[in-house]
Design a protein around this ligand. Structure first.
Ligand SMILES: Nc1ncnc2c1ncn2[C@@H]1O[C@H](COP(=O)(O)OP(=O)(O)OP(=O)(O)O)[C@@H](O)[C@H]1O
Ligand SMILES: [Mg+2]
Length: 1108
């Protein structure tokens, strides 16, 4: 934030009186006036703030101002109450020092406003949060409640505090408010029953009557008209600028915020109403027969209503107003009250009721605002106590108030003047003692326990016998006569015997703030503060709970015959406690000055201010400040703060802090008398020097900041520059590449265009030439063609002509020759012509036949039966022969493709055909079946491995056949193997060789003509194999077996061939017998299979089913 003003800049007058030149009372006042005229109401004396009441609202308490003063040095900105509040709050928060803010000044000087400003500033700058805000709000809202009940309009102040208030605000370690405790001092309760001219009763009465709703008023049995109430003064019931009705609502709202229950508020209002009602109770005298006067209540209506409000029995109260009971040592004496006594009793009750209600309110507020946590608190106390009062007619209250102010002045003197001097001595600083007025002597005059005025007053009050104000004054005159601050006409001090300003019934005290004349009248009564016991007992009997609480002494069970402590005694005690409390805290002073008596703005009454300046001891305050040192600081923080001002101490000083500060100060252009080195602190005489240091420090910090900024900016700019440079190179490279690419593409396309134009031009030129050439050639060709055409046509015509001629010649010649021949051969022609024509025709027909056959010749397949039809009958023989030749030729062609194996197979097939064709009905069905030979795959099949090894030769045929039992004609399955040398029979299952017949032992093989598979192997008689006789078998591969036997049987036996008999009846040799095997055709009994049966010894019949 920008600093707008400081104690040195643009100051109106002098901001700190310590800097005032020349210093005297006139210049002091002139400076105050000058500043006041320019709306500068605050001025410092060192750390003390003088505040002159402006009596108008100034724009210096805005949230902006709060921000401006927040966390700033005290001397940094122009004087303000916020600067003091900030200083106090910060040293509370940061240095853990309890603070108190002592606000003094006379009535109307602005103490209460100052205390509220301090509180609102602290509330604004301290922590925030829901809970904290609630605490703050409660603390702030306690003010309107207490002001309503404790403030009143006086001639000096429209909102005069009629009680003393000390508020401790408690903070936690962070500086957040936790709660508070309010202490109240001596409410001016006499105001309840009587107000001086031009003044009002307490605000709350007027606020209630103006602001409460009709309904509320009805409940409280009140009338809105002020004039109906004796206790309300009427001449100044309405105050300018005070809106009682609105304030009533503010107060109710504040009570709610502070935490009052609705019922409590109601009770409070009932008590206020009861006080008003009480004031209306009037008494009249009634003579008794014994000649004494007795008082009677005039109109009981108000009494009745009041009793209803408080729940007091009317008769009890009525009696209490008529009698007074005195109890002494078991005795009770009742005396009647006269009218004056009854009025006294009434007023005493009213005053007590109200003052106890006020104390209860403070206690109740304290309950609400007290800190909830039990942790250690930091405390800031704000004291707003009534200021020094000098009226025309001063009584007990003024005496008490002024006593309190004496005590405060005492504290001020003790803490500022005395302590300051003591500190100089402690620190070993040379010090010329400043004379100041110590008011301890006045305090002693009042509070001394033996012969102090208060002690004597108490003594008088307690003394048996007749006690009056006069006896009290006499006592004072005797005891205090010699006291230099006590003055009285009747005292033995002859000085005052002729002092006519001093009436006989008065005494005068020379207070520190001036002389005050007190009238002794009422001192005893007020000090006694007597409330008849009958009344307190009547109040205790009330059903109203609050009333009962307020009068505990009325409890008959706790009758205390001891006199209650006097008002003076109580006040002295509470002031004593307050002083002790304040002494433990760090004091901050606000000294309020009232500029005029008219409560008007812009008026500065010099005499009035001069008087206040004097009694507030402000000049003394300045002198002490100036004679001493305005500023002091412990060496360590001082060195830490200013070390940058000297090269030797910056940035580090290694030695002791004091030496560092000495070096530092020696280095600075500050006169040596401006500072002194204490034991632990440096003392700076003049604030100007401090400002100088601060200014140098600020400049230095600025320079340092600039240096840091410079280096940082340099670094930042350099890095940015390098980055930019790097980026620029990249961008440039890309751009150049792009530009070159573009340029290249442009050049390339331009070149292509130029090239294409050139090529086009050249091509066109060439084309033109070629076209020309072509045209020339074409022309030449055309010409030559035409020429050649012409030539050719001419030649053709010539040749044609020649040919025609030749032809004509030939024709002619032929005709001629023909004619000649015809003429010559006419005689032969007819005999030979027929034969020649015939031959020619035959020749032509043959030619045509052969050429036709060429295109219609059938396919090369030997089995293709097709053959074109014969065109002429005479070609029949040729045609058949050609067919045969063609067939033979294509068979030969077909055969020539065969491999050796295939050839062998076909040879066997051919052999089979030679043996069986047209002889056996089975043959045709076998033609299409290939001769496989080894059906059992004997060499590969592991089952026949043994058999295979038993046979040496290569197996030509292996098949399973049925061996026909010679005895019964039934078949048994046998493996039939044929090798080049023998036939082997083996068991089908075991592969065991059953019989082996060498091929030479075979004589012939017999088969039937039919489609059966029977065959008989006929063996050579007498051979080893023929022992059991011939073999009869049946097989599915009969044709193949017989063919192979036929083929190899001959080769093995080295004979021409093995006979194959094909007949339906043949003989076989079974052992000794010759059996005829006969094949018959017929329907078989069991299905379509061949059956074999032994008919008799000689016949074996095989019936073969007829093939359909
Ligand atoms: N700083 C201020 N700015 C504006 N007006 C102010 C200021 N201080 C005081 N006043 C005015 O002066 C009046 C009296 O002030 P205040 O009530 O604070 O006096 P006081 O010192 O508390 O008097 P008392 O001792 O009678 O209570 C206020 O009602 C207000 O109108
Ligand atoms: Mg006040």
């Amino acid at each position: 934030m920008e600093v707008k003003t400081s104690l040195l800049d643009n100051m109106i007058g002098v901001g700190d009186m310590v800097l005032l030149e020349p210093l005297n009372e006139d210049s002091f006042l002139e400076n105050l006036r000058n500043r006041f005229d320019h709306n500068e109401i605050y001025t410092y004396i060192g750390s003390v703030v003088i505040s002159v009441n402006p009596y108008r609202s100034l724009p210096i308490y805005t949230p902006d101002k709060v921000e401006e003063y927040r966390n700033r040095n005290f001397y940094e900105l122009s004087p303000h109450i916020y600067a003091l509040a900030d200083e106090a709050y910060r040293s509370l928060r940061d240095q853990d020092k309890d603070q108190c803010i002592l606000i003094t000044g006379e009535s109307g000087a602005g103490k209460t406003e100052a205390s509220k400003l301090v509180m609102s500033y602290v509330a604004a700058v301290c922590g925030k949060g829901q809970e904290v805000n609630k605490v703050k709000e409660q603390l702030l809202q306690s003010n309107p409640v207490l002001e309503a009940f404790g403030n009143a309009k006086t001639v000096r102040n429209d909102n005069s505090s009629r009680f003393g208030k000390y508020m401790d605000i408690e903070f936690d370690f962070k500086g957040d408010p936790l709660g508070g405790v309010i202490s109240n001092y001596l409410l001016e309760k006499s105001r309840v029953v009587k107000q001086p001219r031009g003044e009002r009763n307490f605000h709350v009465f007027y606020q209630l009557l103006s602001g409460a709703s009709d309904d509320t008023l009805k409940k409280l049995k009140l009338d809105r008209d002020f004039s109906k109430y004796n206790y309300l003064s009427l001449d100044s019931a309405v105050v300018n600028g005070l809106d009682d009705a609105t304030n009533f609502r503010t107060v109710r709202n504040a009570m709610q915020i502070v935490g009052f229950m609705e019922a409590e508020v109601q009770s409070v209002l009932e008590l206020v109403a009861a006080v008003l009602k009480l004031g209306n109770i009037e008494f009249k005298p009634e003579s008794r027969c014994n000649g004494t006067d007795e008082s009677r209540i005039k109109d009981k209506n108000d009494l009745k209503e009041m009793c209803e409000l408080l729940g007091v029995e009317q008769s009890v109260l009525e009696r209490a107003f008529s009698y007074r009971t005195v109890e002494a040592k078991m005795e009770k004496v009742s005396t009647t009250l006269n009218v004056a006594q009854a009025y006294y009793a009434r007023d005493a009750l009213a005053k007590n009721l109200y003052s106890r209600l006020f104390s209860w309110l403070v206690t109740r507020i304290n309950e609400s605002i007290k800190a909830q946590t039990k942790t250690r608190h930091k405390v800031m106390g704000v004291l707003d106590i009534y200021g020094f009062e000098i009226f025309e007619d001063n009584s007990f209250e003024q005496f008490i108030i002024n006593y309190c102010n004496e005590k405060l002045q005492q504290i001020f003197i003790e803490l500022t003047l005395r302590e300051e001097q003591e500190e100089y001595v402690r620190e070993g600083i040379e010090w010329t003692n400043i004379e100041y007025f110590n008011n301890a002597i006045i305090c002693d005059l009042i509070e001394n326990n033996q012969n102090g005025i208060l002690a004597m007053l108490d003594e008088e009050c307690l003394r048996p016998g007749t006690v009056t104000d006069e006896t009290f004054l006499d006592k004072l005159n005797t005891i205090c006569a010699e006291h230099q601050h006590f003055e009285s006409r009747l005292s033995k001090n002859s000085k005052f015997l002729n002092d006519h300003s001093l009436p006989h019934n008065c005494f005068r005290i020379q207070h520190y703030a001036g002389k005050v004349l007190y009238r002794a009248e009422g001192f005893v009564d007020k000090n006694n503060d007597l409330l008849y016991r009958d009344l307190s007992q009547a109040m205790y009997k009330a059903t109203h709970s609050l009333i009962k609480q307020l009068f505990p002494e009325g409890n008959p069970a706790k009758v205390n015959l001891k006199r209650p402590p006097t008002a003076g005694f109580q006040f002295k005690a509470s002031v004593g406690t307050l002083m002790k409390n304040l002494q433990t805290k760090n004091p901050n002073y606000i000294r309020c000055v009232k500029p005029n008596d008219k409560k008007a703005s812009h008026i500065f009454t010099e005499s009035l201010v001069r008087h206040q300046v004097r009694y507030l001891g402000l000049m003394e305050n300045v002198r002490v400040r100036r004679a001493g040192y305005a500023f002091r600081q412990i060496y360590e923080p001082c060195l830490e703060r200013y070390k940058m001002l000297c090269k030797r101490t910056w940035p580090h000083w290694r030695g002791p802090a004091r030496e560092g500060v000495e070096v530092l100060m020696a280095d600075l252009p500050v006169p040596a008398e401006e500072f002194s080195f204490g034991r632990s602190k440096i003392f700076i005489r003049n604030p100007r020097t401090l400002f100088f240091l601060e200014e140098r420090r600020r400049q230095c910090l600025q320079d340092l900041a600039t240096l840091i900024q410079k280096i940082y900016r340099g670094w930042k700019c350099r890095s940015q520059f390098l980055l930019l440079k790097k980026s620029q190179i990249v961008v440039a490279a890309w751009y150049r590449r792009y530009a070159q690419q573009k340029k290249y593409q442009r050049i390339k396309s331009a070149t292509t265009v130029v090239q294409s134009y050139t090529r086009g031009w050249q091509a066109r030129k060439l084309l033109r030439e070629l076209k020309y050439q072509k045209r020339c050639e074409e022309a030449v060709t055309t010409i030559s063609a035409y020429w050649h055409g012409t030539q050719a046509r001419r030649e053709l015509r010539r040749l044609k002509e020649e040919a025609r001629r030749k032809h004509a010649v030939a024709v002619i010649w032929a005709y001629w020759q023909g004619l000649k021949v015809r003429r010559e051969y006419r005689k032969f022609f007819r005999a030979n012509a027929g034969k020649k024509i015939y031959d020619f025709i035959i020749q032509r027909i043959m030619q045509k036949y052969f050429l036709g056959l060429k295109s219609t010749v059938p396919s090369m397949s030997p089995i293709d039966e097709n053959w074109p039809a014969r065109p002429y009958l005479f070609l029949d023989g040729v045609h058949t022969e050609l067919r045969r030749m063609f067939h033979l030729w294509r068979c030969k062609k077909y055969r020539s493709q065969f491999t050796e194996e295939k050839k062998a197979v076909y040879e066997e097939k051919l052999e089979a055909s030679e043996i069986f064709k047209d002889k056996k009905a089975l043959y045709p069905s076998s033609v299409s079946q290939p001769f496989k030979g080894d059906y059992l795959e004997i060499s590969k099949n592991p089952k026949y491995q043994k058999l295979n090894s038993a046979v040496d030769e290569k197996v030509l045929l292996a098949d399973v056949v049925n061996k026909i039992n010679r005895a019964n004609g039934k078949g048994t399955a046998r493996i039939f193997l044929l090798t080049k040398k023998s036939v082997v029979l083996a068991d089908q299952k075991t592969g065991q060789v059953k019989a082996s017949v060498p091929l030479p032992d075979l004589t012939s093989v017999s088969v039937s003509t039919q489609s059966d598979g029977f065959f008989a192997l006929r063996l050579k008689e007498g051979s080893a194999s023929a022992v059991k006789g011939d073999f009869l078998f049946s097989s599915e591969h009969l044709i193949e077996i017989i063919t192979k036997l036929h083929r190899f049987g001959a080769t093995a036996a080295d004979r021409e061939q093995l006979n194959v008999d094909i007949s339906d009846e043949f003989l076989v040799q079974f052992k000794q017998d010759k059996v005829c095997v006969k094949f018959v055709q017929g329907a078989p009994k069991n299905g379509n299979s061949v059956s074999c049966k032994r008919k008799n010894n000689r016949l074996l019949e095989v019936s073969v089913p007829t093939t359909a």
